[in-house]
Design a protein around this ligand. Structure first.
Ligand SMILES: [Zn+2]
Length: 282
């Protein structure tokens, strides 16, 4: 047990410096966050975070400072721009070796811990916070989860959330949309449109099977359907090659009642849009 030295009195026993046990002589550090002091073991900060280990390599000087006890109450290490509650939450995750249930922290407290773990590169504490938040944030909190994933760069959340937003039937509620920036909203709408277009493409080509005036089948390039803003069906007959819009192609299906589809395609979407525009201009 070479790392666990005994504390040996100096040879005279009358006041020389004593050795300190390497394992059980705990070094502390004092932080100042706002107007509050925190005094905690220094080792986890040194060992787990390059941000802090680099800081602690700096020579310490001044009254009360030595290589074990860095910073005194009079001269604490000041953490600027840090929220006290965030820091307290982070310390619970870092220093209390307890299960998440025993820590009994709220969602906001876990977000605070995640914020500082991310800022200072504490990998294990970041992973733990992400895992717990994943459990705590249920399906109803999709948009909140999305904003947390974007703020803290949680890649493993983004893929399933974006998939859900793109493929689910429900559109975003107005209060959900207000939480997102316009550029991202635009991307969601484009992804949803591409998704719905690909569904429509399959329905039209597999079930409606539209036929051209000349008797040729109408088909479309599947990739163009999803990716390009313009989307045309083309007659397969080499002698014809006429192009039709999706609306026209649907009307040209032998399986569709002309009256119904005229009603649906021509009026429903348009009247919804007109109503919306009327509302927003009031
Ligand atoms: Zn044709």
């Amino acid at each position: 047990m070479s790392h666990s030295r005994r504390i040996v009195p100096s040879s005279t026993g009358t006041g020389g410096a004593l050795a300190r046990d390497e394992e059980f002589y705990v070094a502390f550090i004092t932080f100042r966050v706002g107007d509050l002091l925190f005094r905690v073991p220094r080792k986890p900060f040194e060992e787990k975070s390059t941000a802090f280990s680099d800081m602690f390599k700096l020579p310490q000087s001044g009254p009360g400072n030595d290589s074990y006890n860095v910073c005194s109450d009079e001269d604490p290490l000041r953490l600027v721009g840090i929220d006290q509650q965030d820091f307290r939450s982070f310390l619970k995750v870092l220093l209390r070796n307890e299960s998440p249930a025993k820590l009994n922290m709220s969602i906001n407290e876990w977000i605070g811990a995640l914020r500082l773990a991310t800022m200072w590169d504490f990998d294990a504490e970041r992973r733990k916070s992400i895992d717990v938040l994943d459990e705590l944030l249920d399906e109803g909190a999709l948009i909140r989860k999305l904003s947390i994933a974007r703020e803290f760069g949680i890649q493993q959340w983004l893929q399933p959330i974006c998939e859900e937003l793109t493929t689910r039937t429900a559109t975003l509620a107005p209060d959900q949309a207000r939480q997102l920036d316009l550029g991202f909203l635009d991307s969601i709408h484009l992804a949803r449109e591409a998704h719905l277009k690909s569904i429509l493409y399959h329905i039209v080509t597999k079930y409606l099977q539209p036929v051209c005036f000349c008797g040729g089948d109408l088909s479309a390039d599947r990739r163009a359907v999803v990716r390009s803003p313009e989307w045309y069906f083309q007659c397969d007959s080499d002698a014809c090659k006429r192009e039709f819009t999706i609306g026209d192609a649907i009307r040209m299906s032998p399986h569709i009642s002309k009256t119904d589809i005229q009603e649906d395609l021509g009026q429903i979407a348009n009247s919804m849009l007109v109503q919306r525009l009327m509302k927003s201009s009031i």
